[in-house]
Design a protein around this ligand. Structure first.
Ligand code: DOR
Length: 422
């Protein structure tokens, strides 16, 4: 199979350039100006051609919670959101704490055959924080990392052992950072708005203490670690100073942390409830600054689809999470690039190259020889977000009614067009 993407503006690490991309047998065969080819043409006039987007932090809910999402609906939503590769968290039922579940996720996603799905194994059995999971066996079965996402591993000795084991298999721990004792049932950020609403707050320190602990372990052991969904200004500062002294720490944040402040919780909309919580303006600005200066390596969605019955209850009882995979690109483009904080190559770095590097995945750049994982977007197209129109089973977005720019036109995985807007 051979075709050529013509007339598009291709986003390279060093800049954006109008050129052609020749795709052959699932790979990028050639990139250059005026490539001649007697083959089918995909006309990308007026469109931007990005390296396939990668989301290293999503929840697909299968096995066990298929009412919220499953591998098929999540993959369909992912390609509609421009993602060619996604990594799914292990808080399923059963938890992905063994090679059988890891193998099942790989098998099922290969059947679905849309985007590439990489399973993340759990750190501890059942994500209970007590006993290490079968890390080596899961790694051999295809787990690209381990995480107890949704919870912190509270026992520092277990976390140390997890880092050492994972490192032995050349994979990383992705750390959900919230001290459960300090969170103590908090459902929103602790501050003025938790006081006004009467909703129980969770203090920044709950997150920062665990970020600091993971940095300490990483530094003492000399083992790389990755910090999930950073939400606090102080967490950004901890990571910045650790990086400055050479600690091998990487970190991510999500669109809701650089778009929103906890002012929105005063409407008691449970779609704003997420872990860690949406914080204040100072935090929002620090997340943008951290993304700009490289303290925060990548943008993920933490796509956390929930059913209506899990959200249409009073705030304190609602499930935590935001369905984000279909809005991440447009939210990131609109807030970071259109508002002038970032260039298109920098956005491609955050949403493709960096996650590929952090998890040792193929992809992240448009170049000859790479897999033909390509995302083509119409940056001039604007639309208003409506969660009810999501392909994902999770309609839970706090961004309903928000006007954004940047529509996905095509998502190409291994040379095959898996999503097309037209
Ligand atoms: O809000 C969240 N929801 N944060 C997490 O870390 C887990 C996720 C979920 O699984 O719903």
């Amino acid at each position: 199979m051979k075709y050529i993407i013509k007339n598009g503006s291709v986003v390279f690490p060093g800049g954006v350039k109008k050129c052609d991309v020749l795709v052959e047998d699932g790979k990028i065969a050639e990139v250059g100006e005026n490539i001649s080819c007697d083959c089918e043409v995909l006309d990308a006039e007026g469109l931007h051609v990005f390296p396939g987007l990668i989301d290293m932090h999503v929840h697909l809910r299968e096995p066990g919670f298929e009412g919220k999402e499953d591998i098929e609906s999540g993959s369909k939503a992912a390609v509609a959101g421009g993602f060619t590769q996604i990594c799914c968290m292990p808080n399923t039922n059963p938890v992905n704490d063994n090679a059988v579940v890891t193998t099942y996720i790989k098998y099922r996603s290969e059947q679905v055959n849309l985007c590439k799905v990489h399973p993340i194994g759990s750190i501890t059995k059942g994500e209970k924080g007590e006993e290490l999971a079968e890390i080596g066996k899961m790694a051999s079965a295809g787990a690209v990392a381990i995480s107890d996402d949704g919870r912190s591993v509270m026992d520092s000795k277990i976390m140390r052992l997890a880092m050492e084991y994972a490192n032995g298999f050349n994979i990383k721990c992705l750390c959900h950072c919230e001290d459960e004792n300090l969170v103590d049932g908090g459902v929103v950020n602790e501050g003025l708005n938790s006081t006004i609403t009467g909703l129980k707050g969770s203090i920044r320190a709950a997150e920062d203490i665990m970020i600091a602990r993971e940095i300490c372990l990483s530094e003492s052991l000399g083992i790389p670690v990755h910090i999930c969904h950073v939400s606090t200004y102080s967490g950004v500062e901890l990571i910045r100073s650790a990086k400055a002294r050479g600690v091998k720490v990487t970190a991510e944040s999500c669109p809701h942390y650089f778009w929103l402040t906890d002012d929105i919780i005063t409407g008691f909309d449970t779609y704003t409830k997420v872990n860690p919580p949406i914080r204040e303006e100072r935090d929002r600005q620090a997340i943008i600054e951290g993304l700009k200066d490289g303290t925060l390596d990548c943008i993920v969605t933490d796509h956390a689809p929930h059913s209506k019955k899990d959200k249409q209850v009073e705030y304190s009882l609602a499930a935590f999470g935001i369905s984000g995979i279909e809005t991440s690109f447009s939210l990131s483009y609109t807030k970071l690039v259109k508002e002038g904080d970032m260039s298109l190559p920098e956005l491609a770095e955050k949403m493709s190259a960096a996650p590929a590097r952090i998890l040792n995945l193929e992809g992240g750049e448009i170049k000859a020889g790479a897999p033909a994982d390509i995302t083509i977007a119409d940056l001039a197209a604007k639309y208003v977000i409506d969660g009810e129109k999501f392909i994902s089973k999770g309609k839970n977005t706090p961004f309903n009614g928000t006007e954004v720019y940047g529509k996905i036109a095509y998502t190409i995985v291994g040379g095959d067009v898996k999503y097309s807007a037209v």
